[in-house]
Write a protein that binds this ligand. Structure first.
Ligand code: SF4
Ligand code: SF4
Length: 380
């Protein structure tokens, strides 16, 4: 069985051109979009960045994909949980990334995961993450389209199709999951494979018209014109070919090597179609990389970025919504106590977004507040 990767040469973000080139490559790769179904689109949004910063999936790529889906009378749901600690609420990120305006005409639902609700998903083949807290919308999806952005990544080296699925985990749970078993890249690669086999996206379309090189995945990296859109039904095949294009040895990326070991990909089965017959060489500057050490969570920088919900007891009207909605049973509301157990809480932020009287706030560390202020001033 072959794994096809379509490579399209596209010089700019003309949504009409992207639409017609995608139509062509779907024919070549024999990809059929569903008809009259519910489709989840997972873009890449980080913080409150804008399209010019090249950290987020460009709105015109999303526009072209929504147009293709509307041709087939599909209902479209665009869902994401942005890297929260970097100063962005997902809803604001959807706005600054230009996605809300781009998809208005398609009547697409925009769904920030932490606001919407989550549940645990299990997969007996998972190796590290037993149950994974993900958007509950996966239950509604007939078809999932993964729309990553091409970026180098200071911790994981590459942010592409497989890594993009990590954003289906809500809020600060993303940070919490880094501490499960080990903080090493190899284990993180296994976690990504667990998420992949739980979510199983049907299609991946990578926005690499402009990518991000250097100290990604946030705006500390540098935009890089690359002129590529890549399409594949296999997230690992797509990542493998992107590594070849930007000058990484594909086996250096932990999710690739774990994915190959688990049988998600046989590199010898990859076939390239479209505007190229082999990967073009458009080398990216790589971030300086140091393997994460397994130091206690309390002593890591990452721990500073996990916000914890706290109840303002005087404001709380004991409606019980937060207690009933918490997936970790971390909240106790009684006449005598209104408590969130931070030992149990995984920071999904559902309670914060859904308290009807704003009686819950998110407590941030001093370092977190400082970084947010810094990012706001320097717009990164
Ligand atoms: S949702 Fe808000 S008002 Fe309702 S019990 Fe929880 S903290 Fe109190
Ligand atoms: S306490 Fe709130 S933030 Fe923590 S897990 Fe429960 S709903 Fe999520």
């Amino acid at each position: 069985l072959k794994d096809y990767v379509g490579l399209l040469k596209i010089g700019n973000y003309d949504s009409n051109e992207i639409y017609f080139k995608l139509l062509d490559i779907f024919k070549i790769l024999k990809i059929k979009l569903p008809y009259k179904k519910t489709v989840i689109i997972k873009p890449n949004i980080i913080s409150q960045n804008t399209p010019k910063q090249c950290t987020t999936t460009h709105p015109n790529v999303i526009d072209a994909v929504c147009r293709l889906l509307r041709d087939n009378d599909c209902s479209i749901l665009i869902t994401e949980s942005s890297a929260f600690y970097q100063g962005g609420y997902t809803q604001k990120g959807f706005k600054t990334a230009g996605i809300i305006d781009a998809v208005k005409k398609y009547d697409a639902k925009i769904v920030p995961i932490e606001k919407d609700g989550v549940k645990f998903y299990s997969n007996k083949n998972n190796k590290v993450l037993d149950g994974i807290l993900l958007t509950k919308r996966l239950d509604e999806a007939d078809y999932i389209i993964n729309l990553p952005k091409l970026k180098t990544h200071a911790f994981f080296k590459l942010s592409c199709a497989v890594k993009n699925l990590y954003g289906l985990i809500p809020g600060g749970v993303k940070q919490e999951y880094h501490f499960i078993k080990s903080q090493s890249q190899d284990v993180f690669g296994e976690k990504l494979c667990d998420i992949y086999q739980t979510v199983k996206p049907d299609l991946n379309i990578l926005d690499g018209i402009w990518g991000l090189e250097g100290f990604g995945p946030s705006a500390a990296g540098k935009p890089k014109k690359t002129g590529i859109i890549a399409v594949s039904t296999n997230s690992f095949a797509l990542d493998y070919i992107i590594c070849k294009i930007i000058g990484y040895d594909p086996n250096e990326i932990a999710s690739n090597s774990s994915g190959i070991k688990r049988g998600f990909l046989k590199p010898e089965n990859i076939v390239i179609k479209g505007d190229y017959t082999k990967p073009p060489e458009i080398f990216y500057k790589k971030p300086k990389y140091e393997e994460a050490k397994d130091i206690p969570k309390e002593k890591t920088m990452l721990n500073n970025f996990i916000l914890k919900p706290v109840i303002k007891t005087k404001k709380c009207n004991k409606c019980m919504l937060c207690e009933q909605g918490c997936p970790l049973n971390a909240i106790t509301i009684t006449d005598d106590a209104k408590i969130i157990s931070h030992d149990l809480c995984l920071s999904c932020y559902y309670c914060f977004y859904n308290c009807p009287v704003n009686a819950i706030y998110l407590k941030a560390s001093f370092i977190n507040l400082f970084i947010r202020a810094f990012r706001r001033v320097f717009r990164i």
